[in-house]
Design a protein around this ligand. Structure first.
Ligand SMILES: Cc1cc2nc3c(=O)[nH]c(=O)nc-3n(C[C@H](O)[C@H](O)[C@H](O)COP(=O)(O)O)c2cc1C
Length: 166
């Protein structure tokens, strides 16, 4: 699958089959994440791969999105607010993590796996549950697994609304 196909085929999957994901697929996805760019190449990120039934259930409870538990894997993307590059004194770790996370979801698409960006969670509750230190910020979460959901393609604004030549 080429890059443009991956971009167009990716969609938010909110129902998964329980089928385990082969570790080779996960390894290739991590390799795509590893090569994401970051400001000054500081790579201020870590990823938690939530696999056990107990930890997935604890994660589901704080995410308040019950369908997440249908996925065999859940990824929690963390950014380090102390080691990331700063612009005007403000850490841009969330930008770096978002880029790496998009590498992850596009690589998952190429591997035939579904994903879904999730940001609407109680960050403090999630960080307590997963024992995440204060220097780290849980930026986004995604389930990972085989889709069990036709997930119709969503629309987008027309290109003319997005780009302005000046
Ligand atoms: C930053 C961000 C946060 C999102 N948070 C959630 C979320 O908390 N729950 C959810 O079900 N979908 C979430 N989404 C998925 C969006 O709703 C989805 O990407 C959008 O509707 C477009 O649909 P598509 O991903 O299928 O193309 C989020 C997406 C992004 C990029």
């Amino acid at each position: 699958m080429n890059f443009y196909d991956a971009v167009k085929n990716r969609r938010s999957v909110r129902k998964y089959r329980g089928t385990p994901v082969p570790s080779e697929k996960v390894d290739r996805i991590w390799e795509a994440v590893r090569w994401a760019p970051s400001a000054c190449n500081l790579q201020p990120w870590r990823f938690l791969l939530v696999k056990s039934a107990e930890m997935r259930e604890r994660t589901r409870r704080v995410l308040l999105q019950d369908w997440v538990i249908t996925a065999p894997l859940i990824v929690v993307a963390l950014g380090n607010r102390e080691t990331a590059w700063r612009r005007d004194g403000v850490s841009i770790h969330a930008v770096d993590v978002a880029i790496a996370m998009e590498h992850l979801v596009l690589a998952a698409t190429v591997e035939g796996l579904g994903s879904c960006w999730i940001c609407t969670f109680n960050r403090n509750a999630l960080q307590d549950t997963l024992d995440i230190g204060p220097e780290w910020e849980a930026v986004a979460v995604t389930p990972l697994g085989y889709a069990d959901d036709p997930s119709p393609r969503t629309g987008r604004k027309p290109l003319a609304d997005l780009v302005r030549e000046i």
